[in-house]
Design a binder for this molecule. Structure first.
Ligand code: 2BA
Length: 109
């Protein structure tokens, strides 16, 4: 078994979840925050048999698009975390950042 961990844009998250559900895949949604932009994104956990991993990745690929985002935020007031940007920077975010992990044990009790 594998665990697909996918970080997607908030706007795409529900579309991915709906399509995974239609195809019989279980999914857990976590609300997450990107370390660089410090804006919300969605992390999906999908436990799946190894031979179905490609199907899951295909669904994510079809439902997520990449976006350009211009950021010009200064350091937060308390100076904690984040990256100092002296001028606006355009970054391409997504479609999805995907990690595929081996699962040692899977059980439901
Ligand atoms: P963020 O960390 O908010 O990053 C948003 C976008 O900013 C990234 O898009 C990338 O285009 C840009 N970016 C990130 N760090 C940068 C840096 N040091 N210098 C210049 N540009 C930078 P994506 O690569 O598509 O990543 C989207 C989100 O996926 C990230 O949001 C983060 O939440 C997650 N992510 C990406 N790579 C990761 C990794 N290696 N480990 C864990 N999470 C990751």
């Amino acid at each position: 078994m594998k665990l697909v961990l996918a970080i997607v844009n908030d706007d795409d998250g529900q579309k991915v979840i709906d399509e995974l559900g239609k195809n019989g895949f279980g999914v857990t949604k976590l609300c997450s925050t990107g370390g660089f932009l410090r804006s919300g994104n969605t992390t999906l956990l999908i436990g799946v048999d190894e031979e179905k991993v490609d199907d899951v990745v295909e669904i994510i690929k079809n439902k997520c698009r990449s976006r350009k985002q211009v950021i010009s935020s200064p350091m937060p007031p308390n100076g904690m975390g984040g990256v100092f940007l002296p001028y606006p920077v355009e970054v391409v975010v997504g479609g999805a950042t995907i990690f595929i992990l081996n699962v040692d044990t899977f059980m439901k009790i």
